[in-house]
Design a protein around this ligand. Structure first.
Ligand code: PGA
Length: 249
């Protein structure tokens, strides 16, 4: 059985006051909850970790630098992320690929830095709207998988999140058939590259406008093992039904 994971990415939203949402989420977790991960802004990592305590909710960062320390003003290293009690770090989110011109090779280095610090890397891939319209999705995904995943990828050190850029924050969601097609493709690629023992066990998340009212449908796809949720992870009342839908899937 593959691990199921409901991951929330708060992006650059939230101050200490928003930790109340984490408190609220604790009370709303179903008894059979899958793995739950919240990635708040970096200044909240320590406190978020304190708030979740031993509830099983895991905390992650949204990015890390590929170096462990040094003259990189404004950046945080994977070691620093791990020091807060966090267990995961998102790398290669499309917003970072676009706004900070991060390339597959940068993301591969960040994933390795995450592992060296004992973190699980949540590696994001996804095609642009133009590539989607031009029917280039599978080609783009194949290139990102080949370039962003280090050779030492395993089912415990890595989670892959497929997030079509055109679906992020737009309310547009691919059809279930499209999600099935891409996730089956990703599964086949990683089984070919890493072998069935690893490739079959790496959790694959779908991300992009996952909401309480579409989560159950998305989780019908056999190779969707959870979701990476932006907007709907900010409020416990929105995120909890998504966690419940995953638990029921
Ligand atoms: P969204 O964001 O759920 O707000 O579309 C998803 C993401 O960027 O991870």
């Amino acid at each position: 059985m593959r691990r199921k994971l409901a991951a929330g990415n708060w992006k650059m939203n939230g101050t200490a006051a928003n930790l109340a949402e984490l408190e609220a989420l604790k009370a709303l977790l179903p008894a059979n909850a899958p793995e739950v991960l919240i990635c708040p802004p970096a200044p909240l990592l320590f406190r978020a970790h304190e708030v979740v305590g031993d509830t099983g909710i895991q905390i992650g960062a949204q990015d890390c630098h590929s170096h462990e320390s040094g003259a990189f003003t404004g950046d945080i290293s994977a070691t620093m992320v791990a020091d807060t009690g966090a267990t995961h770090v998102i790398v290669g989110h499309s917003e970072r690929r676009e706004a900070y011109e991060e390339h597959d090779s940068d993301i591969r280095k960040k994933a390795k830095a995450a592992w060296a610090a004992g973190l699980t890397a949540v590696i994001c891939i996804g095609e642009s709207g133009d590539d989607h319209e031009a029917n280039n999705t599978l080609e783009i995904i194949a290139g990102q998988l080949a370039g962003s995943l280090p050779d030492a990828t395993t089912a415990t050190n890595t989670v892959i999140a497929y997030e079509p850029i055109w679906a992020i924050g737009t309310g547009k969601v691919p059809t279930l058939e499209q999600i099935v097609q891409v996730h089956d493709f990703i599964r086949a690629k990683i089984v070919t590259r890493f072998g069935a023992e690893i490739g079959d066990m790496i959790p694959l998340l779908y991300g992009g406008s996952v909401k309480p009212d579409n989560a159950a449908t998305i989780f019908e796809a056999e190779n969707v093992d959870g979701a990476l949720v932006g907007g709907a992870s900010l409020k416990a009342a929105d995120f909890a039904p998504i966690i419940q839908a995953l638990a029921a899937s």
